[in-house]
Design a protein around this ligand. Structure first.
Ligand code: HCA
Ligand code: CU
Length: 375
């Protein structure tokens, strides 16, 4: 199925709060909500107001901000929780019920019929109060497909905005996600949300497979922060889509992704991971001679995105033993030096020889290049 349109449910303020070192202050939550809104996400999901008094206060504060994004909160599928959430100012409520045998035996001990009964009661209540509602099954990929379908179809008859599938333990493969979402797509009329954990590094691939199978909403967090090693990172999901369906992400303010990732990394006290798509430190760094030569000729040889789209710059490293003549020539030109071909070859060999003991700093390289040309 071609991906037509999709919505981001940005859960840094809910799943992201479940990241081990995360503890957002009220003003940090406001800053995150505002920057995500500026970026253009369609939804913000916030921690349950039942979690703590400050969580409820923060939900009310964020819900009252003049944002374009809709504000959701996330609660257990209990009427008591839904009642607390209903008049916080949130636009919608995401409810969650465990359907796997693991959850049914070790967590809440309910049968499929009881899940349907409780889900129906809560969904109807939220609808009667005029809010958007989503019903999600926790641990969907260790649930019996038969049970899942029964639950989703019963809930779909109530016409909620969405049902959600959650790979809570990060066990699913892209093919499994594709199959499961395709099956649900055929069984329900409402929209489908997908939530992917990253325990095996498949979160982005799984979310993409879900979209290809007809999911309409994807959960992300900034940097992918969340329970254990987190979920789908916003920048990575954008990169995945941008590379194949640029029209689907053209309306987002892509250039603020580096600032967004940096801000949240600082708040939770981590670095932006080196391998983060788009925002990782080395995402637009080129090193080996073969790469630098080609990139200096035409950046698209080794870059699928123009770094300028994200306010970033390409860097070509030259002072190391994997360097090549083009990288050295380019640095020389930047210094205003003109080198003959012979000189360039000798200098490149010299850099490689010296750099066998360790990379040259920029100053060391520049000194070597300047020294090679008579003043
Ligand atoms: C959890 C809940 C959840 C919920 C996902 C959803 C999960 O912390 O266990 O509501 O879609 O991963 O199942 O984050
Ligand atoms: Cu989760």
């Amino acid at each position: 199925m071609t991906i037509k349109a999709f919505n981001i449910i940005e859960s840094t303020l809910r799943e992201g709060e479940q990241f081990a070192p995360a503890h957002f202050t009220p003003s940090q939550k406001i800053a995150i909500a505002e920057m995500l809104d500026e970026f253009g996400v369609e939804y913000l999901e916030l921690t349950s107001p039942c979690a703590s008094p400050q969580s409820e206060a923060d939900l009310r504060t964020v819900a009252a901000l003049p944002l374009r994004a809709k504000v959701l909160t996330h609660v257990r599928c209990h009427l008591d929780d839904a009642k607390v959430a209903i008049d916080t100012g949130a636009d919608g409520i995401d409810v969650l019920f465990g359907t796997s045998s693991e959850m049914r035996s070790f967590s809440h001990g309910k049968s499929v019929d009881q899940i349907i009964e409780a889900g129906t009661e809560v969904v109807r209540y939220i609808q009667s109060r005029g809010l958007e509602v989503r019903f999600s099954s926790e641990d969907s990929f260790r649930s019996e497909p038969r049970d899942l379908l029964r639950v989703y179809q019963a809930i779909d008859r109530l016409h909620p905005q969405r049902v959600g599938l959650a790979d809570t333990v990060g066990i699913a493969t892209p093919n499994q996600v594709f199959e499961m979402v395709s099956m649900v797509r055929k069984a329900v009329d409402c929209d489908i949300e997908f939530h992917a954990h990253n325990d095996t590094g498949c979160a982005i691939a799984n979310a993409f497979a879900a979209l290809e199978a007809g999911a309409t909403h994807i959960d992300t967090t900034v940097l992918g922060i969340g329970e254990r090693n987190g979920i789908v990172p916003l920048s990575g999901m954008i990169a995945r889509l941008l590379s194949v369906h640029p029209e689907l992400v053209a309306h987002y303010r892509l250039e603020i992704l580096p600032e967004l990732d940096r801000m949240v990394a600082d708040m939770v006290g981590i670095d932006i991971p080196f391998n983060a798509a788009i925002t990782g430190d080395t995402a637009f760094h080129h090193k080996a001679g073969m790469h630098t030569n080609a990139v200096l000729n035409d950046p698209s040889s080794y870059e699928i995105f123009d770094p300028a789209r994200f306010g970033r710059e390409r860097t070509v490293m030259a002072g190391h033993r994997l360097t090549g003549r083009h990288a050295i020539a380019s640095r020389a030109t930047a210094l205003g030096l003109t080198l003959t071909d012979d000189k360039l070859r000798t200098l490149t060999s010299e850099v490689k020889r010296r750099a066998d003991a360790g990379p040259l700093s920029n100053d060391e390289l520049d000194e070597l290049l300047r020294g090679s040309v008579p003043a």
